[in-house]
Every structure is written in structure tokens, then in C-alpha cells.
Design a protein around this ligand. Structure first.
Ligand code: ATP
Length: 405
């Protein structure tokens, strides 16, 4: 799979290592063929022996039985015939028994792998007595809930209030990656994460979706520690657009509907329209039935992002996590994505990783992550006025953009 996948193949081509890869593939295939041939030869010999026995066996019985019949024992003809008949009945069970060993050994190898998989303990799981988050209010993309929503609004606590309380985390216990992260995002607010590559921005969003648990501190959604709620009810509240959205080898419709299996075709189409993806899909000869994924029609980077947005629009979760694509999209794709995101943000808490700072000028809070800590926080104007890391990053991008022809 690794060798024949399109990405793997492209990589080998780029690095000119197709011949080494071909050699490796040939070696493995030859080994496999040799084993298969040996196995089949052994089986041939075995059936040959068994076949010979089925001819020689009755002859031997007739010969020896004949001697006994003519001798003083006076064995009856019926006994000899019965013996030959019994012999015939032994063949089938004997050959079945002989294959049992082979079958058992292959099954053991398979079960070893299956049980290793089944026995793997997930690091993140529902704790006993975990509570269900109540189903979130379904927001339409063009909801009028936008802007700052406060806790007192009509006495009702809006769903989708995300809080990080002094959170620390590291993939390895001895190497902390994030330390003392605290911030909150209210429904309708955009909290942007910026910072150098490898600063831990993606990791922070993984903590918000509880792909990992923090090593210290708490992540809260609507005042519930994420560790106290069921994973299923949490997943229903969080929508994510990752940098490289994954497409299954299935039709576009099937790829979209995973976001909400009960959605109608009209709803899927409406979501694609809101994500500026409908026209691109309609232009395909098979439209929504086009098979995509690794072995199917390959969507462009911008189209994949828009498809991921359509999935999120369909799901309509109260918390949005957006990881902006690092690969630069053409300006049309970029504009379409920004246009699709703007109404989607209304009424939702949005956590966005921004590589192009132009996309977060209106963020309610910008967190500048560096060295595992929040170096700076504030709005775009605050941070520019501070003339710190953010101002430097912004000016760098601005200068690069200005230098471009
Ligand atoms: P970028 O802007 O380049 O996407 P980022 O700020 O989002 O970077 P992260 O993806 O959060 O950075 O990664 C932070 C660090 O954690 C990196 O050094 C990365 O190598 C490391 N890392 C990421 N995932 C894992 C993992 N599963 N196990 C161990 N280390 C990891």
C-alpha cells in the first residue's frame, strides 16, 4: 500500500528512488511467491502420498486378507470387504486433520494482530459516570447570534463556551510542549492562534477537541471539564477543519454526509453552496456522485478545505476549530474560504490557527504562542501597539506581500 499509494509514488518519483523501491517491492514479492510455491509443493506431495495410499491400501488388505482367508484363520470374504470399506472412510478425516495444523497456525497469526489491536488501551476514554453534554442549540450558518454573547443573555447560558485553565501538555512526559495556557472563547468570538511553526498551535486545538488530556490544568466546555463528559457528546459539539482534510474513497455525497448522516440531499447541497463548493461539484461530470479520495478524483487543496467547511456547516457545531492551510491557496480559493467562514462564525466559539495574519485582523483575541507559552495576547491593534513578536510577524508578512510583484 505504501509503495502503490499515489502520494508514496509521487514522493519516490520526486526523489528519483523508483528503482530502489521497485527492487524492494520485487524482493518482497519474490519472497512471497517462493513461500506460496513451497506451500503448494508440500501440499502436492502430501496429496500424492495420500492418493498412493488409497490405491495401495485396499490391495494390501486384499492380499493379506486373502492369505488369512486361505489359512487356518478362515477369514470370511465379508470381513475383508468391510475392512476395505473402512479404509476408504479414513482418508477424508486424515487429510482434514493434516490441514488443521496449517489452518490453526495462520489463524493464530491473524488473531495475534487482531487482539493486539483490540487490547490497545486508548489514552483518552470516557470515565465511569461521564455525563452527556445536552444537545447543543442548532445554529444556522447565517444566525443572528453574532457578536459578543454574554453569560447574562436572557438568563440562558449559551452553549459553546470554551475555557483553557492553566493547561500544560507534552506528548512525552519529560518534554513539556505547552505550559500554563489560559484563555476563554465565548460563543460568537474568534480566538486566533499565531506563532512560529512547531509552537504547539495544532496541539492546543487537539486538547480542545480532547484528542489528548492535559497533563495539568483543565479544559472546560460550558463549565464542564472535558474529562467529565462523554466523548460522543463532546464530538457532537466540535467541528474541525484540519490543514489536510481527509477524503474517503467514496462519492462526494458520502464524504459529506458523514458529518450528519440524517441530512437530506437538499441540506448537503445547501451546505456546499454556503461553502462555495456547489458550483465546482456541479461542474464535475458525475456531480455529487463523483468518487474522490486517494484512488478517485483528486480535489485541489482549496476544494478540499471548502469540502471540509461544508461538512462543518452540515454538522453545525457550537465550537469551531479551523486550522488554516499552510500551503498557500490561490487568492480566489482563499477569498471563497474566508467568505464561507465569516457567517459560520456567528454565534459560535471559533478557535482558528492563522498562518496568514490578514485573516484574523478582526479576531476578538489573538494568542501568540512561542516556546510553549502565550507570549502575547490581545486584539490586532493592541498587539501592533506593543511592538513585540506579533508586530514583527505582521510586518514580516506585510513586507513579503509588498515586495511581491
Ligand atoms: P505548524 O504551524 O507548523 O503546524 P504547530 O504550532 O501547529 O506547527 P504542532 O503541530 O502543535 O505545532 O506541534 C508542536 C510540536 O509537537 C512539534 O515539534 C511536533 O513535532 C510535536 N508533535 C506533534 N505531534 C506529535 C505527536 N503525536 N507525538 C510527538 N510529538 C508531536
Amino acid at each position: 500500500q505504501d509503495t502503490m499509494s499515489i502520494n508514496g509514488f509521487l514522493m519516490r518519483r520526486i526523489f528519483g528512488s523508483l528503482s530502489t523501491e521497485r527492487d524492494r517491492y520485487e524482493r518482497q514479492s519474490r519472497l512471497f511467491a517462493d513461500i506460496a510455491i513451497r506451500r503448494s509443493l508440500i501440499w502436492r506431495w502430501f496429496t500424492l502420498a495420500l492418493g498412493l495410499f488409497s490405491f495401495i491400501g485396499p490391495a494390501a488388505i486384499y492380499w493379506y486378507g486373502g492369505l488369512l482367508a486361505m489359512g487356518p484363520e478362515r477369514l470370511s470374504i465379508g470381513t475383508i470387504v468391510a475392512f476395505v470399506a473402512y479404509l476408504g472412510r479414513i482418508y477424508a478425516p486424515t487429510s482434514a486433520l493434516a490441514t488443521v495444523h496449517v489452518d490453526v497456525m495462520s489463524a493464530v497469526a491473524v488473531f495475534d494482530r487482531i487482539f493486539a489491536m483490540l487490547d490497545a488501551e486508548p489514552t483518552v476514554r470516557d470515565r465511569p459516570g461521564a455525563i452527556e453534554l445536552p444537545p447543543a442549540l442548532r445554529l444556522e450558518p447565517a444566525s443572528d447570534l453574532g457578536g459578543q454573547v454574554t453569560r447574562d443573555r436572557g438568563g440562558e447560558v449559551p452553549s459553546g463556551h470554551l475555557v483553557f485553565e492553566n493547561v500544560s501538555f507534552g506528548y512525552r512526559a519529560d518534554r513539556p510542549l505547552l505550559e500554563g495556557i489560559s484563555f476563554e472563547a465565548w460563543p460568537g468570538q474568534l480566538v486566533a492562534l499565531v506563532g512560529p511553526s512547531g509552537a504547539g498551535k495544532t496541539t492546543l486545538t487537539y486538547l480542545a477537541a480532547r484528542f489528548y488530556d492535559p497533563t495539568a490544568g483543565r479544559v472546560l466546555l460550558d463549565d464542564h471539564d472535558l474529562r467529565d463528559v462523554t466523548l460522543a457528546s463532546l464530538q457532537a459539539r466540535i467541528g474541525m477543519v484540519t490543514q489536510e482534510p481527509y477524503l474517503f474513497h467514496a462519492s462526494l455525497m458520502e464524504n459529506l454526509i458523514i458529518a450528519r448522516p440524517d441530512a437530506t440531499r437538499q441540506e448537503v447541497i445547501a451546505a456546499c453552496q454556503a461553502a462555495y463548493m456547489h458550483d465546482a461539484i456541479s461542474a464535475l461530470p458525475e456531480g455529487y456522485d463523483t468518487v474522490v479520495g486517494e484512488r478517485g478524483y483528486r480535489l485541489s487543496g482549496g476544494e478540499r478545505q471548502r469540502l471540509a467547511l461544508a461538512r462543518v456547516i452540515l454538522k453545525s457545531p457550537p465550537v469551531l476549530i479551523l486550522d488554516e492551510a499552510t500551503s498557500s491557496l490561490d487568492s480566489r480559493s482563499e477569498t471563497l474560504i474566508q467568505r464561507a467562514i465569516a457567517p459560520l462564525r456567528a454565534g459560535r466559539a471559533t478557535l482558528a490557527i492563522a498562518h496568514r495574519l490578514s485573516t484574523i485582523l478582526d479576531a476578538d483575541l489573538i494568542l501568540v504562542l512561542a516556546g510553549g507559552r502565550i507570549e502575547e495576547r490581545g486584539t490586532h491593534a493592541d498587539l501592533l501597539a506593543r511592538r513585540g513578536l506579533y508586530a514583527r510577524l505582521y510586518e514580516e508578512q506585510f513586507r513579503v506581500a509588498a515586495d511581491l510583484p
